[in-house]
Design a protein around this ligand. Structure first.
Ligand code: GLU
Length: 444
């Protein structure tokens, strides 16, 4: 049974980079009819905040990325302690006492000699007495997992076959001097005990994966399949790291991006398949294939989200926006008509407000001095009677005959005089709507 997880740390708001991870794991689980776990990676009590846990849930709910189970790492500390004990018993876990400064000095020396900065394992040479003395002097040490110095291999579903020489990697610290369990261990214990079968995460985790594979094997777990997606860059290939704050999911939501537009883009960006607008979750799930993604950095341009949002909104039936339109104060009897008239002329639902104000309050007419006489003449010809879908055509035909104007020179000044805008919905539809709004206002 396929089981995946999304394991965010509640130390900030989710951004588009996190979404890539969440979405891929979600889609793999849903496509296989498996389980998707939301696992809050909150073993760091100093940096984790409850408000971010709530925000993570809210953002995923907004997108419709539902989880089957939620887990909190902070509630599983006893499981991690038990795993640490087992590693100790196996002789795969050793206590180290170097300070961060001492480690840094070692690193620099190695780099100066042109060697990779790998931990030299000097703590392995400590005697029991040395350890007792260091513990008394410096307090409890931090604990490293002793890697087997062999090649670690896996067939990455995105990067292809991987082979990392364990000797080129430092023995990972799994427990800090203050007793805090680190992600590298917590994640492995959880993946094993929760039966996680597929792990998708960012390419910044490749080295972690190598060490985690050995830890899983030491603990007798089954190694899941791994896929590491490339990191997102800006549209010009620039690093996004500084901008990710403004690319938070809540930010995009506030800017009116539609969930299906965002999901459609992220489910394909960086793959060899084209981005297609998906109108519902089911078709998004069916059209997803993790093996189509490439290792190259993936360019993300938030500007792409707006045309997709516009196209998505055009597919929505009135029912889907009824409440939103009512909230603008559009009278019930006009609401559906208002949606039909404006739906193709909005980028986000926020734009509805502008159209409503324009229609209700009447625009400041935009009339070029050169057109003033023409517009006055035309308005005098506008029929009084109830306007319908044919009125605009009949009226402009009459104006054309009287003035000899045609094409853009005929239509544009009239549109601008009536709506104050040089673009917008089909005037044949706008005209009757305007008249109905005026009539309601008069009777109000
Ligand atoms: N909390 C880790 C992160 O956000 C989880 C990584 C993983 O998926 O294992 O990077």
């Amino acid at each position: 049974m396929t089981t995946t997880r999304f394991a965010p740390s509640p130390t900030g708001y989710l951004h588009v980079g996190n979404l890539r991870t969440a979405l891929m794991n979600f889609l793999i689980a849903r496509k296989a009819g498996g389980t998707f776990i939301l696992r809050i990676d909150d073993t760091d009590p100093e940096r984790s905040q409850e408000a971010y846990v709530d925000a993570i849930r809210e953002d995923l709910e907004w997108l419709g990325l539902t989880w089957d189970r939620i887990e909190r790492q902070s509630r599983r500390l006893d499981r991690y302690a038990a795993a640490a004990d087992r590693l100790r018993e196996m002789g795969r876990f050793y206590e180290c006492f170097e300070t961060p400064e001492e480690l840094e000095l070692k690193r620099r020396k190695q780099l100066n000699r042109g060697r990779p900065p790998v931990y030299d394992r000097s703590a392995l040479a400590l005697s029991d007495e040395d350890r007792a003395r260091l513990r008394a002097e410096r307090g409890p040490g931090h604990w490293r997992f002793k890697l087997d110095h062999e090649r670690i291999e896996w067939d990455d579903r995105i990067l292809g076959p991987q082979s990392i020489d364990a000797a080129s990697v430092s023995d990972p610290v799994l427990i800090r001097g203050d007793g805090q369990v680190l992600y590298t261990l917590a994640s492995v214990v959880d993946d094993t005990e929760m039966g996680v079968t597929d792990v998708v995460r960012g390419a910044d985790h490749v080295t972690n994966t190598a060490t985690q594979i050995q830890i899983i094997e030491a603990l007798g777990g089954t190694v899941p399949t791994f896929a590491h997606h490339s990191l997102l860059t800006g549209a010009q290939g620039e690093s996004l790291s500084k901008r990710l704050g403004t690319l938070s999911l809540r930010d995009l939501r506030a800017r009116g991006v539609a969930p299906m537009a965002l999901l459609s883009l992220m489910a394909r960006l960086g793959s060899s398949d084209p981005v297609v607008l998906r109108e519902d979750m089911q078709s998004l799930i069916e059209g997803f294939d993790i093996t189509r993604f490439g290792a190259a950095p993936t360019k993300f341009d938030e500007a792409d989200l707006f045309p997709l949002t516009a196209r998505y909104l055009q597919t929505l039936p009135f029912e889907a926006v009824r409440e939103r339109i009512a909230a603008l104060g559009v009278p019930d009897e006009l609401a559906e008509r208002f949606w039909e008239v404006t739906r193709e002329n909005i980028t986000t639902l926020d734009d509805l407000e502008g159209w409503w104000h324009l229609f209700r309050d009447g625009a400041e007419p935009a009339i070029d001095p050169a057109d003033a006489e023409f517009v006055a003449e035309a308005l005098a010809l506008l029929p009084e009677g109830p306007h319908d879908a044919g009125t605009w055509g009949e009226w402009t035909a009459a104006v054309k005959e009287r003035t000899g104007r045609k094409g853009k020179a005929l239509f544009m000044p009239l549109r601008k005089a009536l709506t104050g805008q040089s673009h917008g919905p089909d005037m044949a539809q706008v005209l009757p709507l305007l008249q109905r709004i005026r009539a309601l206002e008069k009777n109000a």
